[in-house]
Design a protein around this ligand. Structure first.
Ligand code: ATP
Length: 194
């Protein structure tokens, strides 16, 4: 099975692009969504996160996101420890998911792919890019957030330039119609290589 990583900075349009692949019949695994699901469902992850962050990690069984976000934002060692608990389990969950798919390739959407060396586990990488100002504009419409918060996240991500250098395909996601056509071209190309 060919694994195609799909990445891009915050608000670049990864999920929008992922939906286009889905429309072409390609299964998409969204790592952030699956990680969140596992944090809510997996007993072992719940136990380990409670050991790490204390009893306030979950309130009535629901992940206390704000409490954990405050800790990991001020103490990066906790972020690393949390990743060490979650990443291997998401990786295993993904491997099992892949076994159930019967298409020539699958898409794995990962926001922080290069930053965590995840691209090494992919056969090809597609990076979605868009100008920073446009991304901020889109996110301010989509989310209840601020420009400062978005820029703080952007600072922890590789720049588009760095990502592009390491990518097999790049989607400059400005116009949705052009993006759709690019997805169709990339799809054909990957099928040729499969
Ligand atoms: P995140 O990093 O937060 O997961 P993302 O990279 O998955 O975001 P999307 O959620 O796909 O980005 O897109 C961000 C917002 O921009 C969404 O509201 C989406 O509808 C809008 N958007 C994405 N691409 C385009 C486009 N080409 N034209 C107009 N709006 C777009």
């Amino acid at each position: 099975m060919i694994i195609v990583g799909l990445t891009g900075g915050i608000g670049s349009g990864k999920t929008t692009v992922a939906k286009e692949f889905e429309a072409l019949g390609i299964p998409v695994y969204i790592a952030d969504v699956e990680a969140k699901n596992l944090m809510h469902k997996s007993k072992i992850i719940k136990r380990k996160l409670t050991q790490l962050f204390g009893n306030k990690a979950y309130i009535n069984g629901a992940l206390n996101k704000r409490y954990i976000a405050d800790i990991i934002f001020t103490n990066k060692a906790y972020l690393q420890k949390m990743n060490d608990i979650i990443h291997p389990r998401v990786a295993r969950h993904f491997e099992k998911w892949v076994l159930k798919q019967d298409t020539p390739y699958v898409i794995k959407e990962v926001a922080i792919l290069f930053e965590n060396n995840g691209h090494k586990a992919c056969d090809y990488v597609i990076t979605v890019i868009a100008p920073k100002d446009l991304r901020i504009k889109r996110l301010l419409i989509r989310d209840n957030t601020t420009k400062d918060k978005i820029q703080a996240i952007m600072k922890n991500q590789w720049t588009d330039e760095e990502k592009v250098k390491h990518s097999d395909y790049v989607i400059d996601n400005i116009d949705l119609k052009i993006t759709k056509n690019l997805v169709a071209d990339i799809h054909k190309d990957i099928l040729k290589r499969a």
